[in-house]
Design a protein around this ligand. Structure first.
Ligand SMILES: Nc1ncnc2c1ncn2[C@@H]1O[C@H](COP(=O)(O)OP(=O)(O)O)[C@@H](O)[C@H]1O
Ligand SMILES: [Mg+2]
Length: 421
């Protein structure tokens, strides 16, 4: 069986790594992949959002199944295009992916499904948003409607900051088309949690809860990033809460999307704020999270390929998805200066020594230069440690991190700390 994984980050490295372990021994391809994925799959230089290029490759090489990592191709309709050509693909259609690609649409569906979420009002004219803002309590959250690479959400402590965010997004178009409409949203004060689920459009199978660390500095300080690390299972998402999220959030959303004629198939990611024990939805994503995937997938006991096929073939109700009982912690190593500007092409040392039973090094921004592996992005590597408990997993991860070095390497020293508070 030939499988193509689309994407080039730590998430896709973890997906490829997991698929390689399938007893069904699939032959793997990745587009475009990275220097780490290269050792597990044949990397082909097709960009993740080049739908025509991906489709031509899949037809030419007789690929049996395509698995999409990132949101951009989903929002562009890669799944619709592939289905039209009768090609097997894992991920939601363009309409279903609007749960992520339009925060306004997502709020609409949440309202219809009666799902607990921060109160919000949508605007397509800046004057109206600004007028509404004057009555709003502070802090207030301003959200660009569309995909803005994780930069479209501003938490404004003052009305002036909020005004600026509205003007930047709607009038100065700093997020392009994605910010033409905004949500003005109530600020929720609590602790964040990620619960992802596999769904075939009907059945929902939640994954163990994870928590990521968005801020660049220890103790959740400094600028926001794509994610500095993650751990799983997060104690905040204990079994009772996970059941509640499945029953009151994930299943109703999946049912509502089906009723609206856009059944959601793939991985549904719920970004939650838990306020005094009650989960509220901050956002949905239409794919796996990164770095969360790097701690959740290692804990999957059932063959990932079996799960993917059950989703694609609408028979998830017939599969028992099992998880290992241990824990995983992922520490992200970044280039100096990230999330600001940073250098590329810096040689990375010590990686080969740390691939063991209990540690994985997932590449995010790397490239090959001759025999060397060099940095090629802000987030360079995700180092995942596993162990019977979170403490053990954390120790494994940091032991491996100290063996790896490159000039200017930065990482947080406190990943998973919230689990121990
Ligand atoms: N209503 C809210 N109250 C408090 N914090 C929020 C709220 N909405 C978003 N955030 C914060 O902003 C981050 C990004 O928002 P999110 O809705 O996840 O958008 P995106 O991931 O697309 O940037 C969240 O992870 C959370 O930390
Ligand atoms: Mg988010």
């Amino acid at each position: 069986m030939k499988i193509l994984v689309v994407g080039s980050g730590g998430r896709e490295h973890a997906m490829v790594w997991k698929l390689v372990q399938s007893p069904r021994k699939p032959i793997l391809y990745c587009a475009p992949g990275n220097a780490g994925i290269e050792s597990l799959a044949t990397c082909v230089p097709i960009k993740a959002d080049d739908i025509a290029g991906l489709k031509a490759f899949v037809m030419r090489e007789h690929i049996d199944l395509t698995v999409i990592g990132p949101e951009a191709p989903l929002a562009l309709g890669v799944v619709d295009e592939f289905r039209k050509a009768k090609l097997k693909i894992f991920g939601p259609t363009k309409n279903a992916a609007r749960l992520e690609a339009s925060k306004i649409f997502s709020k609409d569906v949440m309202a219809q499904a009666k799902i607990p979420t921060a109160q919000a009002k949508s605007f397509d004219k800046a004057v109206d948003a600004l007028a509404y803002l004057e009555q709003h309590e502070l802090p207030v959250v301003i959200k660009a409607d569309g995909l803005a690479q994780g930069k479209g959400v501003i938490i404004a402590a003052t009305r002036e900051q909020a005004r600026q965010a509205i003007v930047d997004s709607m009038e100065k178009a700093v997020f392009g088309q994605a910010g033409k409409e905004v949500l003005v949203e109530q600020f929720l004060d609590g602790e964040e949690l990620t619960i992802m689920a596999f769904t075939d459009g009907k059945t929902v199978v939640p994954m163990p809860p994870a928590q990521d660390h968005k801020r660049v500095g220890d103790g959740d300080t400094g600028l926001n990033t794509g994610g500095m690390g993650a751990y799983c299972p997060a104690p905040l998402g204990a079994a009772a809460l996970r059941e509640q999220v499945t029953r009151e959030i994930l299943q109703p959303i999946v049912n509502t999307m089906a009723r609206l004629g856009s059944p959601f198939q793939g991985v549904l990611y719920a970004g939650l704020m838990v306020v005094k024990g009650v989960p509220y939805v901050l956002e949905f994503n239409a794919r796996m999270g990164d770095p969360e995937t790097q701690v959740v997938l290692p804990l999957l006991r059932t063959d990932f390929l079996d799960v993917i096929e059950a989703v694609v073939e609408h028979r998830l109700d017939q599969l028992t998805v099992e998880w290992h009982g241990d824990a995983a912690v992922c520490v992200v190593l970044t280039s100096a200066g990230y999330p600001g500007s940073y250098p590329n092409g810096i040689p990375i040392h010590g990686m080969s020594s740390v691939m063991t039973e209990s540690t994985m090094v997932f590449h995010a921004g790397t490239a090959r230069r001759g025999r060397e592996i060099v940095t090629a992005g802000g987030r360079v590597l995700g180092v995942t440690g596993r162990g019977p408990t979170l403490k053990d997993a954390q120790a494994e991860a940091y032991k491996a991190v100290t063996a790896i070095s490159f000039e200017g390497c930065h990482y947080r020293r406190d990943i998973a700390y919230r689990a121990f508070n």
